[in-house]
Ligand binder design. Structure first.
Ligand code: NAD
Length: 472
């Protein structure tokens, strides 16, 4: 039992003004494993004031100095990588496989940013002018619970590379993970106030960040609904926003794909991060005349290869949902799929046998799904896969694009050129051909209601900078 009763402001762990206390719950057992004292508006204002005071000096640091700071951060975070994995499994319920990968991302964010920074041109000659890219100012960073620390370090490292200072509001459900990360960040010895971390509720701390005139930009990852609230609030002070929001990613299996390879991959891609992933491939689009073959393959993979269970086990593929609320949400979508007339291929309502204590959901697949059903249109954020069919490549593209979202898409084919041509017609920020892969240097972000702006690499860094044109 650990009580997180401090926030991090101006280089120190201080007692917040806020007094509300929330429980931290292990989702595998639903037992209370800690508490967090929630910061309030005053705490947020203190953190913003501290970031503002640190800005004049920090924004003038040289690239070499920023690289040194990022290297120090890398060293202090990487030293505790294993502990960061363990606490993520315990507090979030992510599988060991996923938490290891995610924490690698948490650590490597600093190195990736250093690489981008080394070759980045902060001053460019354009036309007759000199264009200087200057730090935007104090940045508000607001993150969700589904890979909490990797979102924090990804955004923070980029803000620091740009010469910005930051106020971070992590998910209130990730306080144990945040505490360990904050200890690491503190140890790196950056100047006081350069980054500040306030635990608290979205509608309190997040709302204050959104409305405060001294915040120049918000980088947010979370739901589309909250993203819209932040965008609306941010416009009053014309804050810049980067919004990484939800998804309902299509996975198109072309008729020439190797189904024996592509279908097991499709299942894993739908259930990644226990289905609680914005990029999860939740709509599987298959040729109509191959549906029964696909149904058989999917069912065999899910029932024989996918293990739902204790996230601490090496071979678990799907852990519990983060909270009882999230569990109920997923259950409601499973009920909805049944009432909408989709055919349940495997899984379904309730908890898997022997896992009644935690927020475990059965690995579920619906087939005979149409793209008009809500289970095909709305982000479920759990291990629920929908199988849809198409007759022609044109129809596959039409169905793939018939969504409010546009974060990721996947195409499988033995003919890379064919898949690549199809990718040009898909409205999504990322299209992965033949499986899931990640490129931390390439831009990441969404079309349509999956967001605004991009993260990572050069595009990500530019989003923290304001171009100033000098005409001589
Ligand atoms: P959420 O939108 O409920 O919360 C995200 C963060 O916003 C939390 O820190 C929360 O406290 C805060 N917040 C809530 N209300 C707020 C308000 N009114 N003002 C300011 N901040 C507020 O999301 P979640 O449930 O934590 O995470 C799941 C969602 O995140 C899913 O929709 C998922 O698709 C999305 N997500 C997107 C990406 C991406 O990169 N596109 C990555 C991961 C998760």
């Amino acid at each position: 039992m650990k009580n997180i009763n401090k926030i991090y402001v101006n280089g120190a762990f201080i007692t917040p003004n806020g007094t509300e206390v929330a429980n931290l719950i292990n989702p595998s057992t639903n037992r209370v494993i800690g508490t967090v004292t929630l910061g309030n508006e005053i705490d947020t204002q203190l953190a913003i004031a501290s970031a503002k005071a640190a800005l004049p000096a920090y924004s003038k640091t040289t690239i070499a100095e920023r690289i040194e700071y990022l290297q120090n951060l890398y060293h202090s975070v990487s030293k505790r990588e294993n502990e960061l994995v363990d606490i993520m499994v315990e507090e979030y319920g992510g599988t060991l496989q996923f938490c290891r990968m995610s924490t690698k991302g948490t650590v490597n964010a600093f190195l990736n940013t250093i690489e981008t920074l080394r070759s980045f041109d902060f001053e460019r000659k354009i036309g007759q002018s000199i264009v200087r890219l200057e730090p935007l100012g104090v940045v508000g960073i607001i993150t969700p619970w589904n890979a909490s620390n990797s979102f924090i370090t990804g955004k923070l490292s980029t803000a620091l590379a740009a010469g910005c200072t930051a106020v971070i509001k992590p998910s209130e459900m990730s306080a144990l993970q945040t505490q360990l990360l904050t200890e690491c960040l503190h140890e790196a010895g950056l100047p006081a106030g350069v980054f500040n971390i306030v635990n608290g509720l979205g509608q309190v701390v997040g709302a204050e960040i959104t409305r405060h005139p001294d915040i120049a930009k918000i980088s947010f990852t979370g739901s589309t609904l909250v993203g819209k609230t932040i965008a609306k609030g941010a416009v009053d002070t014309m804050k810049r926003v980067t919004l990484e929001l939800g998804g309902k990613s299509p996975n198109i299996i072309l008729d020439d794909a190797d189904f024996e390879k592509a279908i097991p991959q499709a299942v894993l891609m739908a259930y990644m991060n226990s289905g609680q992933a914005c990029i999860a491939a939740t709509r599987l689009l298959v040729p109509e005349n191959r549906l029964s073959e696909v149904n058989d393959l999917v069912k065999a993979v899910v029932t024989e290869k996918i293990k739902v269970g204790n996230p601490q086990d090496e071979d678990t593929n799907v852990g519990p949902m983060v909270s009882q609320k999230q569990y109920e949400r997923v259950q409601n979508y499973i009920k909805l799929g049944l009432t909408e007339g989709a055919l349940l291929l495997t899984g379904g309502e309730g908890k898997p046998a022997g896992l009644e204590e935690g927020n475990f959901v059965k690995a579920t697949v619906f087939t005979n799904v149409t793209n008009q059903m809500r289970i095909a249109r709305e982000e479920i954020f759990g291990p629920v896969l929908s199988i849809l069919t198409y007759k022609t490549d044109e129809e596959a593209i039409e169905i793939a694009n018939d969504t409010d979202y546009g974060l990721s898409a996947y195409i499988s084919s033995e003919n890379i050129e064919r898949a690549n041509t199809m990718a040009t017609h898909i409205n999504a920020g990322r299209v992965a051909i033949n499986g899931f892969s990640h490129d931390p240097k390439a831009p990441f972000g969404g079309f349509k209601q999956s967001g605004i702006g991009r993260e990572f690499g050069v595009y990500g860094l530019e989003a923290y900078l304001e171009p100033k044109t000098i005409l001589i």
